[in-house]
Design a protein. Structure first.
Length: 279
């Protein structure tokens, strides 16, 4: 445990001296419930809490960053995958996955208020995610079963394929200003397009699980494998005007970053969660 923390701390000192995008002020390990290897599943835009899930996206836990108190939101399979958080952090939308007697996967969609803990069902037994409308914003982006982008704007849902119908899309999100879509194309890299699926811009080849930091900056992970297991993974940052920076070196096996208000949360392959303060 101490070796991991010291390694990350050393990495911060080295990179901060030559920072191109961020100045890294500190990185600390966040205490998490024992008995599970955790990863970050979301970060409130307000910066007051993160969501964590297990390595298989089962269960969803809210962690208050001020008090470190935790709240179990769901224990269901799939609850930690593609969670939506409202801009004010007050509401989240998540799924609970079930497998029926017909062996088909279905999703129940819930919206939960973080202040009152009131949970409302948005949809039940969904097979076609194209029909899913996340009611935390006027426009949302999701991935359907064909691995295409599903954009919902003001109640209308369309499928967009900025890089072509034959590509497999993943990790899609809308920029904070609501003007751009960030996504990853399998085996090709990270891209940004406008809300009509036009003006496609290549961001980086090695930037999986990309997330918006702000309207011009993206954080993600640059992982490597041997064909079976992950062997290295760094946390990286890119700007739309071409700058790049390694925030955590690949030897630390750092994965799945999320960002909000001068902070970047991420985990490592050992299931530990960290919070980086940047400016």
């Amino acid at each position: 445990m101490k070796k991991t923390i010291l390694s990350i701390a050393a990495c911060v000192v080295t990179i901060a001296a030559s920072a191109q995008i961020f100045t890294i002020e500190s990185t600390q390990k966040i205490p998490t419930p024992q008995g599970t290897e955790w990863k970050v599943a979301g970060f409130s835009p307000v910066g007051d809490y993160i969501l964590i899930t297990d390595d298989a996206n089962s269960g969803l836990v809210r962690m208050d960053l001020a008090t470190k108190a935790t709240q179990v939101i769901s224990q269901a399979p799939g609850a930690g995958w593609a969670v939506q958080i409202s801009k004010d952090g007050q509401n989240i939308v998540y799924r609970e996955m079930t497998i029926g007697e017909d062996k088909l996967v279905r999703h129940d969609i819930f919206r939960q208020n973080m202040a009152t803990n009131k949970r409302e069902a948005q949809a039940t037994a969904q097979r076609d995610m194209t029909n899913l409308v996340d009611k935390v914003a006027n426009q949302t982006i999701a991935i359907n079963e064909d691995l295409h982008l599903v954009l919902t704007r003001n109640g209308k849902t369309i499928i967009i394929t900025p890089n072509g119908d034959e590509e497999a899309y993943n990790w899609a999100s809308i920029s904070p200003d609501g003007k751009k879509i960030l996504y990853y194309v399998s085996a090709k890299g990270c891209y940004v397009c406008d809300m009509n699926g036009q003006n496609v811009q290549f961001v980086a080849r090695h930037c999986r699980a990309p997330q918006w930091y702000d309207n011009n900056t993206i954080v993600g992970m640059a992982d490597e494998d041997d064909g079976t297991f992950m062997t290295a993974s760094a946390i990286v940052a890119y700007t739309l005007d071409g700058k790049s920076q390694v925030l955590v070196n690949k030897e630390n096996m750092a994965i799945y970053p999320y960002a909000a208000k001068g902070q970047i949360a991420f985990s490592n392959a050992g299931g530990e969660v960290f919070l980086m303060n940047v400016k």
